[in-house]
Design a protein around this ligand. Sequence first.
Ligand SMILES: Cc1ncc(COP(=O)(O)O)c(C=O)c1O
Length: 465
Amino acid sequence: MSQRIDIAGLIASARANARESYVGHMNPAFAKLLDVIGFDRTYVRGEGQYLWDAQDNRVLDCLAGYGALALGRGHPVVVDAIAQCLALAPPAWVRWELNPLAAEAARRLTLQCGGSVERVFFTNSGTEAVEAAIKFARQHTGRPGLLAWSDSFHGLTYGALSINGNEDLRHGFGPLLPGATIVEFGDLETLERLLSSQTVAAMVVEPVQGKTLRSLAPGMLREVHTLCKQYGTLLIADEIQTGAARTGAFLAVHHEGVEPEIVVMAKALSGGFVPVGAVLVRSDIWDSTFSSMDRSVVHSSTFHEGPLAMIALIATLEVIAEDRLAARAAELGELLMRRLRQECAGIACVREIRGKGLMIGVDIDSARVPSFAKIPLLGRFTEPMIGQAAIMELLQAHSILAQTTGARRPLIKFMPPLVVNESDVEAIAIATAASCRALGAGRFYGAMRSVAGNILRSGLGLSTT
Ligand SMILES: Cc1ncc(COP(=O)(O)O)c(C=O)c1O
């Protein structure tokens, strides 16, 4: 007879064996990368906006699980809701029923989103939501074409990858979806030329780009939408990263008063526990796909609408509304932007600080950073390593976990949980200025030397392509 599993013991032994198991059975290249950049810590506890490593150092988590942890780790309302759901165990995945929890989650989500997107298809991830949105758009318009901006990121499955604005991520995986075209960010002239062919099903847009933190100038998204409508193309707002209050409104398109025909969401909807994504669709577009009884399950997925996911989503929506997290993201985002600009004023290598709400990027001018050429091993890694050097400094010297986004230019990105406080914001501003000052003065050589040493030790084939 199977016995109760000692989970605490299992976690402890998994931690002790993590390196061997990970390298043997998962991704050795990633393990090497973490070693090289000095990110080889083990985290043993997380609460709210903080993580604690095995030495009990507290780290402010501004990566927030790529944005999934908007409520912070272990939000008590979500934990309690999930625990209640596990105890009550409503039957999961009956499939041939009108799933009551999914219907309730859909009702509540569309209420929060407002506008004309009133039908919801739930998914298990962001990229699946993008795939479904592409199918809805192609079916409704009968057209193959898809457009997205350069530097966009919409996920890594084939449809989403086809409209990924980063050539490195597409490289070697072709052929991708026919009809997918990348337009230089903000180039409305080219956009209109492509739209006027009347072969484009959808234009997919992140209101704030996750890789570059750029948004179109005020009013321009509305212009894009007008052009799309003029030529019969649907606008798909990819709110997977910006949605659920991150930018200071429930949806970032709300800032612009734009009502897309389709909205995709994921990440923060999960409350940090159970993956959940959603495609919100105008009903006439929905009806083109699910057009009759025999086509009523023409798009589906075994694990979508699971009870834990639906409960996590409902609890997350409650917390966002009750704790006024959109307003909080707006207020603290403004404070962070102001303090970063004040602290970084006069630091030559800081080109621009931009973003919206609690999604902020510090754009580094690599021309103003002394060359790495003096460290022979790193000469050719200079450009991609500049952002990484700042990130390493932030973690090692200031206990702040952030990311560099892999965009074409080095950029430090902060996307903390929306529950951060004023003193966290102050710590980010001070630490960023110190790290950027160190970058500009060439004082990052210490960090870079340790990278060089790690590369030598690991014999890593670190490719810049
Ligand atoms: C804007 C955007 N779209 C789509 C995705 C893909 O989501 P997922 O990683 O859940 O597949 C991401 C993930 O980073 C994203 O930021």
